[in-house]
Write a new protein. Sequence first.
Length: 119
Amino acid sequence: MGGRMTSQAAAQHPLDGVQGLVFFGFPLHPPDRPGTKRADHLAKVTIPMLFLQGTRDTFADLNLLRPICRKLGERATLHIIESADHSFHVLKSCKRSDADILRELAETTASWAETMGKQ
């Protein structure tokens, strides 16, 4: 199940054994059709959420996602990957490789999960 479907399930009722949700590119809206309706259910999710988003992700305008995360408060953590698209590919001009980005995604997720485990 993808992140949006999992979060919709978590919004309806707690998922056994799930202590947090990690979104590798939350699909906030279709490309070139900005909107926030796909995030309405997130207010009902009671567990922590980590949003990993690229600045070039056409499925999530950061100007729309940032306020959503702020409204979710402490339940939401937004980690932005500069120059990354929805698949976390980066422009050559950013001087980082896809492997660098994958490492950042893994390290950020592990650190976040460790922090969540201590709460």
